[in-house]
Design a protein around this ligand. Sequence first.
Ligand code: COA
Length: 314
Amino acid sequence: MQGIQIIGMGKALPARRVENEAFTQMVETSDEWIRSRTGIQSRYFCKEERQMDLCAEAARKALANAGVCPEEIGLCVVATITPDYHTPSSACMVQKLIGLPEDIPAFDINAACSGFVYGLEVVSCMLGSDALKRPYALLIGAEKLSRIMNLQDRSTCVLFGDGAAAAVIRPSDAHRFFCRLGSQGNAEALNAPGAGYPELYIHMDGRKVFQFAVHAMENGIRLLAKETGVSPDEVDQFICHQANERIIRHVQKKLKLPVERFFMNLDQYGNTSGASIPIAMAELMEKGQLKPGTKAFCLGFGGGLTWGAAYLEF
Ligand code: COA
Protein backbone atom coordinates (compact mmCIF):
# COMPACT_ATOMS: atom_id res chain seq x y z
CA MET A 1 0.00 0.00 0.00
CA GLN A 2 1.24 3.47 -0.86
CA GLY A 3 2.21 5.59 2.13
CA ILE A 4 2.88 9.29 2.58
CA GLN A 5 5.87 11.39 3.54
CA ILE A 6 5.85 14.78 5.25
CA ILE A 7 8.68 16.63 3.54
CA GLY A 8 8.44 20.08 5.13
CA MET A 9 6.63 21.90 7.90
CA GLY A 10 6.16 25.44 9.16
CA LYS A 11 4.31 27.09 12.05
CA ALA A 12 2.81 30.51 12.68
CA LEU A 13 1.78 32.19 15.93
CA PRO A 14 0.11 35.52 16.62
CA ALA A 15 2.33 38.29 18.02
CA ARG A 16 0.46 38.63 21.34
CA ARG A 17 1.48 36.25 24.12
CA VAL A 18 -0.84 35.98 27.13
CA GLU A 19 0.46 34.71 30.47
CA ASN A 20 -1.75 32.91 33.02
CA GLU A 21 -1.56 35.95 35.27
CA ALA A 22 -3.65 37.98 32.77
CA PHE A 23 -6.73 35.82 33.52
CA THR A 24 -6.69 36.74 37.20
CA GLN A 25 -7.95 40.19 36.10
CA MET A 26 -10.98 38.63 34.34
CA VAL A 27 -12.09 35.61 36.41
CA GLU A 28 -11.44 34.00 39.78
CA THR A 29 -8.40 31.88 38.98
CA SER A 30 -4.66 31.73 39.62
CA ASP A 31 -1.46 30.89 37.80
CA GLU A 32 -1.00 28.04 40.29
CA TRP A 33 -4.45 26.52 39.50
CA ILE A 34 -3.91 26.70 35.74
CA ARG A 35 -0.38 25.26 35.86
CA SER A 36 -1.18 22.45 38.27
CA ARG A 37 -4.46 21.36 36.58
CA THR A 38 -3.33 21.71 32.97
CA GLY A 39 0.42 22.38 32.62
CA ILE A 40 -0.32 25.58 30.66
CA GLN A 41 1.77 28.68 31.39
CA SER A 42 1.00 30.93 28.43
CA ARG A 43 -0.73 30.98 25.06
CA TYR A 44 -0.99 33.28 22.02
CA PHE A 45 -4.10 35.27 21.10
CA CYS A 46 -4.67 37.01 17.78
CA LYS A 47 -5.08 40.75 17.84
CA GLU A 48 -5.09 41.95 14.23
CA GLU A 49 -4.23 38.59 12.67
CA ARG A 50 -6.93 36.69 10.79
CA GLN A 51 -7.04 32.91 10.94
CA MET A 52 -6.23 32.85 7.20
CA ASP A 53 -3.09 34.95 7.84
CA LEU A 54 -1.80 32.31 10.26
CA CYS A 55 -2.61 29.62 7.67
CA ALA A 56 -0.78 31.48 4.90
CA GLU A 57 2.32 32.17 7.02
CA ALA A 58 2.56 28.54 8.13
CA ALA A 59 2.02 27.36 4.54
CA ARG A 60 4.73 29.64 3.10
CA LYS A 61 7.22 28.40 5.71
CA ALA A 62 6.31 24.75 5.05
CA LEU A 63 6.77 25.20 1.29
CA ALA A 64 10.16 26.87 1.82
CA ASN A 65 11.19 24.13 4.25
CA ALA A 66 10.18 21.45 1.72
CA GLY A 67 11.70 23.26 -1.27
CA VAL A 68 8.36 23.09 -3.10
CA CYS A 69 6.71 25.92 -5.14
CA PRO A 70 3.01 26.83 -4.85
CA GLU A 71 2.52 25.69 -8.49
CA GLU A 72 3.44 22.12 -7.47
CA ILE A 73 0.62 21.81 -4.91
CA GLY A 74 -2.29 19.64 -6.07
CA LEU A 75 -4.50 19.73 -2.96
CA CYS A 76 -5.04 22.20 -0.12
CA VAL A 77 -6.82 21.13 3.08
CA VAL A 78 -7.27 23.14 6.29
CA ALA A 79 -8.34 21.49 9.55
CA THR A 80 -10.13 24.14 11.62
CA ILE A 81 -13.21 24.95 13.68
CA THR A 82 -12.55 28.69 13.68
CA PRO A 83 -12.37 29.80 10.01
CA ASP A 84 -12.75 33.49 9.16
CA TYR A 85 -15.70 32.65 6.90
CA HIS A 86 -18.08 29.70 6.77
CA THR A 87 -17.64 30.22 3.07
CA PRO A 88 -15.22 30.69 1.38
CA SER A 89 -13.29 28.05 3.29
CA SER A 90 -9.92 28.87 4.84
CA ALA A 91 -8.35 26.53 2.27
CA CYS A 92 -9.78 28.65 -0.57
CA MET A 93 -8.47 31.83 1.07
CA VAL A 94 -5.01 30.28 1.50
CA GLN A 95 -5.12 29.30 -2.17
CA LYS A 96 -5.58 32.97 -3.04
CA LEU A 97 -3.13 34.37 -0.45
CA ILE A 98 -0.19 32.17 -1.41
CA GLY A 99 -0.96 31.76 -5.11
CA LEU A 100 -1.85 28.08 -5.39
CA PRO A 101 -3.12 26.86 -8.78
CA GLU A 102 -6.86 27.24 -9.40
CA ASP A 103 -7.43 23.76 -10.86
CA ILE A 104 -6.92 22.02 -7.50
CA PRO A 105 -9.37 21.07 -4.73
CA ALA A 106 -9.26 23.27 -1.61
CA PHE A 107 -11.55 22.65 1.37
CA ASP A 108 -11.76 22.66 5.17
CA ILE A 109 -12.25 19.77 7.58
CA ASN A 110 -14.20 20.21 10.81
CA ALA A 111 -13.10 17.53 13.26
CA ALA A 112 -11.96 19.87 16.07
CA CYS A 113 -8.79 18.74 17.83
CA SER A 114 -8.65 15.53 15.75
CA GLY A 115 -8.76 17.60 12.54
CA PHE A 116 -5.11 17.25 11.52
CA VAL A 117 -5.20 13.46 11.92
CA TYR A 118 -8.43 13.36 9.88
CA GLY A 119 -6.59 15.53 7.34
CA LEU A 120 -3.69 13.09 7.07
CA GLU A 121 -6.11 10.31 6.12
CA VAL A 122 -7.99 12.48 3.61
CA VAL A 123 -4.71 13.64 2.03
CA SER A 124 -3.33 10.10 1.91
CA CYS A 125 -6.45 8.86 0.07
CA MET A 126 -6.60 11.79 -2.34
CA LEU A 127 -2.87 11.69 -3.18
CA GLY A 128 -3.52 8.26 -4.64
CA SER A 129 -6.28 9.61 -6.90
CA ASP A 130 -5.88 10.25 -10.62
CA ALA A 131 -7.84 13.46 -10.11
CA LEU A 132 -4.76 15.17 -8.66
CA LYS A 133 -2.52 16.44 -11.42
CA ARG A 134 0.27 17.77 -9.19
CA PRO A 135 2.61 15.85 -6.89
CA TYR A 136 2.18 17.46 -3.45
CA ALA A 137 -0.54 18.24 -0.90
CA LEU A 138 -0.64 21.07 1.61
CA LEU A 139 -2.30 20.20 4.93
CA ILE A 140 -2.76 22.97 7.50
CA GLY A 141 -4.11 22.90 11.07
CA ALA A 142 -5.11 26.40 12.18
CA GLU A 143 -7.26 28.01 14.86
CA LYS A 144 -8.29 31.41 16.13
CA LEU A 145 -10.04 30.00 19.20
CA SER A 146 -9.85 33.36 20.99
CA ARG A 147 -12.83 34.43 18.83
CA ILE A 148 -15.11 31.80 20.42
CA MET A 149 -13.87 32.02 24.01
CA ASN A 150 -15.99 33.44 26.82
CA LEU A 151 -13.53 35.43 28.91
CA GLN A 152 -16.02 35.30 31.82
CA ASP A 153 -15.97 31.47 31.94
CA ARG A 154 -12.94 30.32 33.94
CA SER A 155 -13.52 26.67 33.13
CA THR A 156 -12.69 27.25 29.44
CA CYS A 157 -11.00 30.62 28.87
CA VAL A 158 -7.67 29.61 30.43
CA LEU A 159 -7.29 26.49 28.28
CA PHE A 160 -7.15 27.56 24.65
CA GLY A 161 -4.83 29.47 22.30
CA ASP A 162 -4.41 30.51 18.66
CA GLY A 163 -1.87 29.26 16.13
CA ALA A 164 -1.26 27.29 12.93
CA ALA A 165 1.11 24.81 11.34
CA ALA A 166 1.33 23.35 7.84
CA ALA A 167 2.79 20.24 6.25
CA VAL A 168 3.81 19.55 2.65
CA ILE A 169 3.06 15.91 1.92
CA ARG A 170 3.84 13.59 -0.98
CA PRO A 171 2.92 10.00 -1.74
CA SER A 172 5.71 7.52 -0.97
CA ASP A 173 6.15 3.77 -1.21
CA ALA A 174 9.01 3.96 1.28
CA HIS A 175 7.03 5.55 4.13
CA ARG A 176 4.19 3.54 5.63
CA PHE A 177 1.06 5.33 6.76
CA PHE A 178 -1.86 3.89 8.69
CA CYS A 179 -4.83 5.68 10.21
CA ARG A 180 -8.03 4.97 12.14
CA LEU A 181 -10.70 7.59 12.87
CA GLY A 182 -13.83 7.68 14.98
CA SER A 183 -16.65 9.92 16.16
CA GLN A 184 -19.67 9.96 18.44
CA GLY A 185 -22.28 12.72 18.29
CA ASN A 186 -22.05 14.39 21.68
CA ALA A 187 -22.74 18.10 22.08
CA GLU A 188 -23.06 17.89 25.88
CA ALA A 189 -19.38 17.24 26.52
CA LEU A 190 -18.14 19.96 24.17
CA ASN A 191 -19.76 22.36 21.72
CA ALA A 192 -19.34 25.71 20.03
CA PRO A 193 -22.68 26.89 18.59
CA GLY A 194 -22.99 28.07 14.99
CA ALA A 195 -24.43 31.30 13.58
CA GLY A 196 -27.91 32.20 14.91
CA TYR A 197 -27.33 31.06 18.48
CA PRO A 198 -27.34 33.82 21.11
CA GLU A 199 -23.80 33.16 22.32
CA LEU A 200 -21.13 31.67 20.09
CA TYR A 201 -18.78 30.47 22.81
CA ILE A 202 -17.18 27.11 23.62
CA HIS A 203 -19.08 25.14 26.27
CA MET A 204 -17.37 22.18 27.86
CA ASP A 205 -17.78 19.57 30.56
CA GLY A 206 -14.07 19.24 31.38
CA ARG A 207 -14.36 15.97 33.30
CA LYS A 208 -16.33 14.20 30.55
CA VAL A 209 -13.80 15.34 27.94
CA PHE A 210 -10.93 14.24 30.18
CA GLN A 211 -12.40 10.73 30.49
CA PHE A 212 -13.01 10.49 26.75
CA ALA A 213 -9.49 11.78 26.01
CA VAL A 214 -7.56 9.25 28.09
CA HIS A 215 -9.72 6.42 26.75
CA ALA A 216 -9.30 7.57 23.11
CA MET A 217 -5.52 7.94 23.43
CA GLU A 218 -4.97 4.63 25.16
CA ASN A 219 -7.20 2.82 22.67
CA GLY A 220 -5.51 4.62 19.78
CA ILE A 221 -2.05 3.42 20.84
CA ARG A 222 -3.24 -0.18 21.33
CA LEU A 223 -5.08 -0.15 18.00
CA LEU A 224 -2.12 1.24 16.04
CA ALA A 225 0.21 -1.30 17.62
CA LYS A 226 -2.13 -4.18 16.74
CA GLU A 227 -2.88 -3.08 13.17
CA THR A 228 0.62 -1.94 12.14
CA GLY A 229 2.66 -4.56 14.00
CA VAL A 230 4.77 -1.70 15.40
CA SER A 231 5.06 -2.18 19.15
CA PRO A 232 4.83 0.97 21.33
CA ASP A 233 8.41 0.20 22.47
CA GLU A 234 9.60 0.79 18.89
CA VAL A 235 7.82 4.13 18.55
CA ASP A 236 10.21 7.08 18.71
CA GLN A 237 7.63 9.85 19.14
CA PHE A 238 4.07 9.87 20.48
CA ILE A 239 2.72 13.13 19.04
CA CYS A 240 -0.41 13.81 21.10
CA HIS A 241 -3.03 16.52 20.97
CA GLN A 242 -1.78 19.14 23.43
CA ALA A 243 -4.81 19.72 25.66
CA ASN A 244 -3.62 18.95 29.15
CA GLU A 245 -0.36 17.64 30.59
CA ARG A 246 -2.31 15.39 32.98
CA ILE A 247 -4.09 13.64 30.08
CA ILE A 248 -0.79 12.86 28.33
CA ARG A 249 0.98 11.78 31.54
CA HIS A 250 -1.94 9.56 32.54
CA VAL A 251 -1.72 7.59 29.28
CA GLN A 252 2.11 7.48 29.27
CA LYS A 253 2.18 6.09 32.82
CA LYS A 254 -0.69 3.66 32.31
CA LEU A 255 1.03 2.12 29.27
CA LYS A 256 4.43 2.26 31.03
CA LEU A 257 6.08 4.12 28.13
CA PRO A 258 9.15 6.38 28.38
CA VAL A 259 8.21 9.93 29.30
CA GLU A 260 10.76 11.49 26.91
CA ARG A 261 8.94 10.02 23.90
CA PHE A 262 5.84 12.14 24.66
CA PHE A 263 6.69 15.59 23.35
CA MET A 264 4.86 18.47 25.03
CA ASN A 265 4.67 22.17 24.26
CA LEU A 266 1.25 22.98 25.71
CA ASP A 267 2.98 24.99 28.45
CA GLN A 268 3.69 27.68 25.82
CA TYR A 269 0.66 27.44 23.53
CA GLY A 270 -2.30 26.04 25.51
CA ASN A 271 -4.76 23.93 23.54
CA THR A 272 -4.74 25.10 19.91
CA SER A 273 -7.22 22.41 18.76
CA GLY A 274 -6.63 21.52 15.08
CA ALA A 275 -3.25 23.28 15.18
CA SER A 276 -1.84 21.48 18.20
CA ILE A 277 -0.56 18.25 16.60
CA PRO A 278 1.04 19.99 13.58
CA ILE A 279 2.65 22.68 15.79
CA ALA A 280 4.12 19.87 17.93
CA MET A 281 5.28 18.07 14.77
CA ALA A 282 6.80 21.24 13.30
CA GLU A 283 8.75 21.84 16.52
CA LEU A 284 9.98 18.26 16.65
CA MET A 285 11.15 18.68 13.05
CA GLU A 286 12.92 21.98 13.92
CA LYS A 287 14.71 20.16 16.76
CA GLY A 288 15.84 17.38 14.40
CA GLN A 289 13.75 14.80 16.25
CA LEU A 290 11.85 13.57 13.18
CA LYS A 291 14.83 12.21 11.27
CA PRO A 292 14.70 9.67 8.44
CA GLY A 293 13.59 6.39 10.02
CA THR A 294 11.67 7.99 12.92
CA LYS A 295 8.42 6.15 13.72
CA ALA A 296 5.58 8.20 15.19
CA PHE A 297 2.11 7.60 16.57
CA CYS A 298 -0.15 10.68 16.27
CA LEU A 299 -3.09 10.80 18.65
CA GLY A 300 -5.92 13.29 18.42
CA PHE A 301 -9.19 13.67 20.37
CA GLY A 302 -11.71 16.44 20.78
CA GLY A 303 -15.04 18.00 19.85
CA GLY A 304 -17.50 15.75 18.09
CA LEU A 305 -16.56 13.83 20.05
CA THR A 306 -13.91 12.70 17.57
CA TRP A 307 -10.68 10.77 17.76
CA GLY A 308 -7.91 9.90 15.34
CA ALA A 309 -4.83 7.70 15.54
CA ALA A 310 -2.18 7.63 12.81
CA TYR A 311 1.13 5.86 12.26
CA LEU A 312 3.72 7.85 10.31
CA GLU A 313 7.26 7.14 9.19
CA PHE A 314 9.68 10.01 8.55
N1 COA B 1 -9.45 28.52 38.04
C1 COA B 1 -9.79 28.14 39.26
N2 COA B 1 -10.73 27.21 39.51
C2 COA B 1 -11.32 26.64 38.43
C3 COA B 1 -11.00 26.99 37.12
C4 COA B 1 -10.02 27.99 36.92
N3 COA B 1 -9.62 28.39 35.71
N4 COA B 1 -11.75 26.25 36.27
C5 COA B 1 -12.52 25.45 37.02
N5 COA B 1 -12.27 25.70 38.34
C6 COA B 1 -12.86 25.06 39.50
C7 COA B 1 -14.19 24.41 39.22
O1 COA B 1 -15.22 25.38 39.23
C8 COA B 1 -14.29 23.42 40.35
O2 COA B 1 -14.76 24.11 41.49
P1 COA B 1 -15.85 23.40 42.46
O3 COA B 1 -15.17 22.14 42.94
O4 COA B 1 -16.05 24.44 43.47
O5 COA B 1 -17.01 23.14 41.58
C9 COA B 1 -12.84 23.02 40.61
O6 COA B 1 -12.04 24.02 39.97
C10 COA B 1 -12.45 21.66 40.07
O7 COA B 1 -12.98 21.53 38.78
P2 COA B 1 -12.78 20.24 37.92
O8 COA B 1 -13.53 20.37 36.64
O9 COA B 1 -12.98 19.02 38.76
O10 COA B 1 -11.22 20.34 37.65
P3 COA B 1 -10.33 19.31 36.90
O11 COA B 1 -9.24 18.86 37.78
O12 COA B 1 -11.15 18.27 36.19
O13 COA B 1 -9.68 20.20 35.77
C11 COA B 1 -9.94 20.74 33.45
C12 COA B 1 -10.50 20.89 34.85
C13 COA B 1 -10.83 21.51 32.47
C14 COA B 1 -8.55 21.36 33.42
C15 COA B 1 -9.86 19.25 33.09
O14 COA B 1 -11.10 18.64 33.37
C16 COA B 1 -9.52 19.02 31.67
O15 COA B 1 -8.45 19.36 31.22
N6 COA B 1 -10.42 18.39 30.90
C17 COA B 1 -10.19 18.15 29.50
C18 COA B 1 -10.50 19.40 28.77
C19 COA B 1 -9.98 19.40 27.40
O16 COA B 1 -8.94 18.88 27.13
N7 COA B 1 -10.73 20.03 26.50
C20 COA B 1 -10.37 20.20 25.17
C21 COA B 1 -10.78 19.03 24.41
S1 COA B 1 -9.81 18.83 23.05
